[in-house]
Write a protein that binds this ligand. Structure first.
Ligand SMILES: [Ca+2]
Ligand SMILES: [Ca+2]
Length: 386
C-alpha cells in the first residue's frame, strides 16, 4: 500500500467508527480504569466490586472513585488466562455480607485449577473493605498443567443455588469425563455442599456436582427473567455458543462443535449428533464471548429480555434476542475494544468492562440512553394549535 492508500484507509476506518457510534442508541461514558479487569458486580448500595486478574479487588462508586485494594483476597495463580476471576454476592448479602470469588489456584508440580471461595466482606467507613473467614468451597478436580480455560464464572439461581462454569482447561476430553468436574456446569448449595436433586447426585464424588457437561470454556453464566440458566462459551476455531443449560444435558464438546480444532482438524458439527444439546445461537466466525447479562431495566425498554454478551476478538457488545427457546443475534455494537464483562446497574444502565489493552489497562464504561436534543432544537410540534 502506498501512503495515500494507507491514509485513505485510516480515514475510512475513522469515519466508520464515528458512523457506528452515531447510530448507537446509547452514550458510553468512561468511569474508571483498571489493570487487567475481569469481573464486576453491584453492591446493594449501588457501588461496584471489580476484580483485577493479578489478584486485586476494588470497591468503586458510580462516579468512578476507587477504594484501596480490598484486604483478604486469597492468593491467586496469576498467569495466562488465570488469576482472580469472578465476584458475586450471596443472595442474602444484605444480612450475611457473604461474597464469592473464583480464581486460579496453584497445585503440585506446576498444576493449577479454578477454585471458588466465600467469606465475609466488611465495608469500611473510608470507602474500602476487607474479607474475612475466606473458605474454599469448590475446586476443579483434577488440577492440571497449563493456564487456560478455567471458565469459573459464578451465578446464583432465583431459588438460591450456586452455579459455577468450569472450563475444560484446554484438555478436551475431560468435558465428557464424568469422573472430573472440568468442562462442566456445577450446581451446589451456597456452602458448597451437593444438592440431593442434582442430575447425577446418586453417583457421588465430583460427578454429583455436575449440572450439565460437554462444555469448553464457558465465560458467561446467567439466569433470564423466567429463571432459566444460560451459558455462553468460547468455541474452538469458531463455533462460539449460547446454550440454554438444561439439567443433566450433554452439550457435546469435544465430540461435536460448529467450530473446528485450531490444528485444522475438523470437529463434526452439532447437527450430525442430535443426541447432544445444540446451542440456541452460535457464531462462525467467532465473537469470543466473555460476560453474559439478561436485560430487565427501564432505561432501554426495547431491550427487555435480551441477552448481552461481551466480545473479545470481535471487540463488540453483542445483543441477542430471545424468543421462547430461540436465540438470535439482533445487534452488534463494535466498540473497538475487547469487552470482558457486562452487567446491568440498579437504575437500568448497562455497564461494560474492557479487557486489558497491553500495558494501558481496561476501562469501566457506563452506557445510558442518548439524551434528546435540547428542547429549542427539536422540530416544532403542535404549533398550529397555539
Ligand atoms: Ca458480573
Ligand atoms: Ca465443526
Amino acid at each position: 500500500m502506498n501512503r495515500l492508500t494507507i491514509f485513505l484507509t485510516i480515514l475510512l476506518i475513522t469515519a466508520c467508527a464515528t458512523a457506528d457510534e452515531e447510530s448507537w442508541p446509547f452514550v458510553a461514558t468512561p468511569i474508571a480504569q483498571f489493570n487487567e479487569p475481569w469481573a464486576m458486580t453491584f453492591l446493594p448500595d449501588g457501588r461496584m466490586l471489580v476484580t483485577e486478574k493479578p489478584g486485586r479487588l476494588f470497591i468503586v462508586t458510580q462516579a468512578g472513585d476507587k477504594s484501596a485494594p480490598v484486604a483478604g483476597v486469597p492468593r491467586v495463580d496469576y498467569g495466562g488466562q488465570g488469576g482472580l476471576g469472578d465476584v458475586v454476592l450471596h443472595p442474602d448479602f444484605s444480612s450475611n455480607k457473604i461474597v464469592y470469588l473464583s480464581y486460579a489456584e496453584a497445585g503440585h508440580s506446576g498444576t493449577r485449577g479454578a477454585a471458588v471461595a466465600r467469606g465475609k466482606l466488611t465495608l469500611n467507613s473510608d470507602g474500602g473493605g476487607e474479607l474475612s473467614d475466606m473458605k474454599v468451597i469448590w475446586r476443579q478436580q483434577p488440577k492440571v498443567t497449563g493456564r487456560g480455560h478455567y471458565g469459573h464464572r459464578i451465578a446464583f439461581s432465583p431459588d438460591g443455588y450456586l452455579f459455577i462454569s468450569s472450563g475444560e482447561r484446554e484438555k478436551f476430553d475431560p468435558a465428557q469425563d464424568m469422573q472430573q468436574n472440568l468442562g462442566k456446569i456445577i450446581r451446589l448449595h451456597d456452602d458448597g455442599s451437593v444438592p440431593k436433586d442434582n442430575p447425577y447426585a446418586d453417583r457421588g464424588g465430583v460427578t454429583a456436582q455436575i449440572w450439565t457437561l460437554g462444555h469448553r470454556n464457558p465465560l458467561g453464566l446467567a439466569f433470564d427473567a423466567k429463571g432459566r440458566l444460560w451459558n455462553q462459551e468460547m468455541g474452538p476455531r469458531h463455533g462460539d455458543e449460547l446454550n440454554l443449560s438444561v439439567k443433566g444435558e450433554n452439550y457435546g464438546y469435544p465430540i461435536v462443535s460448529n467450530g473446528d480444532h485450531y490444528s485444522g482438524k475438523e470437529i463434526p458439527d452439532h447437527d450430525t449428533r442430535p443426541e447432544f444439546e445444540a446451542p440456541k445461537a452460535y457464531w462462525v466466525p467467532a465473537i469470543s464471548p466473555s460476560g453474559l447479562m439478561f436485560y430487565s431495566g427501564d432505561m432501554f425498554p426495547e431491550w427487555e429480555g435480551s441477552a448481552f454478551l461481551g466480545g473479545l476478538s470481535s471487540k463488540a457488545l453483542v445483543r441477542v434476542e430471545i424468543n421462547g427457546d430461540d436465540a438470535r443475534e439482533a445487534e452488534r455494537f463494535e466498540t473497538g475494544e475487547r469487552i470482558r464483562e457486562v452487567e446491568q446497574g440498579p437504575d437500568g444502565a448497562i455497564w461494560i468492562i474492557e479487557d486489558e489493552k497491553r500495558g494501558s489497562g481496561g476501562r469501566l464504561l457506563k452506557l445510558t440512553p442518548k439524551v434528546l436534543a435540547p428542547i429549542q432544537n427539536r422540530p416544532a410540534k403542535g404549533r398550529s394549535a397555539d
